[in-house]
Design a protein around this ligand. Structure first.
Ligand SMILES: Cc1ncc(COP(=O)(O)O)c(C=O)c1O
Length: 384
């Protein structure tokens, strides 16, 4: 009997556990030297210039909005096909999320023609979302935003290790790029996030805002609690509490060292799915030839007319866990209330959503598990 295959499970190796114990014994367990080390490694890995580690991707996005002074009257264009965090941070600043539909292909990425059409004098930023790690066409996006002075905040929650035109996501020159290291992500620190930027002042401000806006906040472990330290501090801005701990960074340092290997396993599993699922009418994620996807997720679009929720139940009966990421934001109550959206507003996103299941792709499962899933998807959708 096949044991239950969970949709996602983190992989934690002994070296992470040893590093965590080292942090616990070091006498300093919150933001300190390991966070700085993790930031340095992420910069080396991505090729970005400045980094600010945060408690989550949501916190990084929120602080980016705050550092860019987004507020009432400002609009931020983003796909409806995303997680609530993308729009929540904009709404929390008092600014307005403006949704666009996905492209006609199965890329799950926002339609850049519609982005251009929705620009108004109030548009202050665009937030591309690299769904599943599938990179948005950044050159086309910059051709729209840069001449108009519109900021770009990348929601790169899914995209650490993805690349666009030969360069890592994080290094293309957006005002802010925010990664997630949440428990289910391809690099996990339990909870965690990271803002990257090529703007030194913005990254510095985000670091400071992540700890109350206090002047020396990120150096507290050294400047205040060491023998040479002083008790004095100044609150320079109204900030938030959104810092990463050294305990999370201890995990992140070693997760990052294994990231290429674990992303290669994801890519291999994606290929097994795409080669093996042989059902007329199914579609897979379409990735442009100029990009490499880290396969944080594996979306499978079922043939039109198939009852998606029934397939999910039947896969569960066969011990296969799945998910549906995402239900487009304009369909959720909070955004219907906030933005007056309704069913039918973004038909391409709705069509994707109704056909979508996300299959397990984490390296915590085996080749046998993936082959078992392929066999069962084929058997359910095309019984012999
Ligand atoms: C597209 C997207 N943006 C942002 C986030 C928020 O990430 P975090 O949980 O690290 O705040 C998520 C989380 O899954 C996400 O999927």
């Amino acid at each position: 009997m096949q044991p239950f295959i969970p949709f996602s499970r983190p992989t934690v190796s002994d070296v992470e556990i040893e590093e965590l114990v080292d942090s616990l014994k070091s006498g300093w367990i919150t933001t300190g030297p390991k966070v700085s080390e993790f930031e340095k490694h992420i910069l080396e890995y991505t090729g970005a210039e400045f980094a600010a580690a945060t408690f989550s991707c949501t916190a990084a996005l929120q602080l980016a909005c705050k550092a860019l002074a987004l507020g009432p009257g400002d609009e931020v264009i983003m796909p409806t096909y995303t997680f609530t965090a993308s729009a929540q941070v904009v709404a929390n600043c008092g600014a307005t999320p403006v949704f666009v539909d996905v492209e006609p292909s199965s890329s799950f990425l926002m339609d850049l023609d519609e982005v251009e059409a929705k620009i108004t004098p109030a548009t202050k930023a665009v937030m591309p979302v690299h769904y599943a790690g599938n990179p948005v066409d950044m050159d086309r996006l910059y051709a729209i935003t840069k001449p108009r002075g519109i900021k770009v905040i990348e929601d790169a929650a899914h995209a650490i290790g993805s690349s666009y035109k030969g360069k890592m996501i994080g290094s293309h020159g957006s005002d802010a790029i925010c990664f997630s290291f949440y428990a289910t992500k391809n690099l996990s620190t339990a909870e965690g996030g990271m803002l990257l930027s090529n703007d030194a002042d913005l990254a510095k401000k985000v670091k400071q805002l992540s700890m109350y806006g206090i002047s020396d906040s990120r150096e507290i472990w050294n400047s205040r609690y060491s023998k040479a330290g002083s008790w004095f501090y100044d609150v320079e801005f109204i900030g938030e509490k959104a810092n990463m701990t050294d305990l999370s960074a201890a995990l992140g340092i070693h997760q990052l060292a294994r990231l290429d290997e674990s992303n290669a396993t994801r890519a291999r599993y994606a290929k097994i799915y795409m080669d093996g699922i042989n059902v007329p009418g199914v579609e897979f994620l379409s990735v442009r030839p100029d990009s490499e996807c880290c396969w944080h997720l594996f979306p499978l679009l079922l043939p039109e007319g198939v009852d998606r929720d029934d397939v999910i139940s039947q896969l569960k009966e066969r011990n296969i866990g799945t998910s549906v990421l995402f239900r487009p934001l304009h369909l959720h109550t909070a955004y219907r209330n906030l933005l007056n959206t309704k069913e039918g507003d973004f038909p391409r996103s709705e069509a994707l959503f109704h056909r979508l299941i996300n299959l397990p792709i984490s390296p915590s499962i085996s080749d046998n598990d993936v082959n078992y899933i392929v066999e069962n998807v084929n058997d359910l959708l095309c019984p012999k």
